[in-house]
Design a binder for this molecule. Sequence first.
Ligand SMILES: [Zn+2]
Length: 363
Amino acid sequence: MIKKIFGTLYLVFILAQAPAQIQKTDSLTLMFVGDMMNHSPQIQAAYNAKNNTYQYTENFARLDSIFHQADIVMANLETTLGVKPYSGYPQFSAPKEFVEAAKQAGINLLATANNHSCDKRKRGIINTLYILDTLQIKHFGTYRNQKEKDSLSPLIIEKKGFKLAFLNYTYGTNGLPVPYPTKVNKIDKKAIKKDLIKAQSYKPDAIIVVLHWGNQYQNKPTKAQQKLADWLHKNGAQIVIGSHPHVVQANQMTMDSISHKQNFTVYSLGNFISNQRKFPRDGSMIVKLQLIKTQEAKNLQLIASTMPIWVYKYVKNLKRHYEILPVDTFQYLPDYFQKNTDYQKMMRYLKHYQKIVEKKSKQ
Ligand SMILES: [Zn+2]
């Protein structure tokens, strides 16, 4: 009896201590990759004439184990889907297998507003959304009509106790008009401000704004981009993710001096996959962002890191192949490459990445 009472008291004591001793911490891991391009040589490489099918699995297979460590993996889909005949530059249309393979590797969120959104006019926009919905890949940035945009934007994702709001905008659509009644979100401060107010009404842990912006092939963001990022942070977007220049640029983590809230900007993720072989367009990066929420801290804590990746293109049995390689691993495997010149190209990109991203990022 005494033993039992003592046992119960001990349990009460443990439970009373528990809240003070155990800090509840929630953590969510996001990964961001750049432009998913699908140039004509990639379409030819994916095509199997024997059974008239397309196979893109090998493009993303080497990233599978990395992506599966994250809760959300986002890319910029810089092609329309499903409109035949499939085509590369300048007006892109890719088979659905392109995104199916990306999903298999762990990509579960695609931004669709970019300068190629209108490449295949209304059919392209509608087919893209239809295919993404059918494959159950979350998407944001383009919509079938205003009513759909009103109900689906911002995209709210709830996972592991976190609520995130996603918005996506592009600087333009290569001079092509946005076909009525579809909607492609354009960078327009008035419209963005309205969307940010709507996003805040959901009381999310963070608002993430994905932008298609900047100057192509430049290693540094423009003053206008820096100003826009600051404005977005001031107006409630804690995380800004950019792409379009086809090359990587440095990331920036800042802290608001009054609220002590961290703000994070990725100016340019680079080409995630493409046939752009000219250095340094042949490589890009994975940006990993860990969101941490504790009971005590009023602000969300952000921990950012980056990983270099490089597109290895080679010919085997008279067929072209593309593989995105994590450079951290493959820099130690020169024998993996058919030609030493390919290995050297990857190492040249690594040096560039270290100079531009690792040395200059504030994270
Ligand atoms: Zn672009």
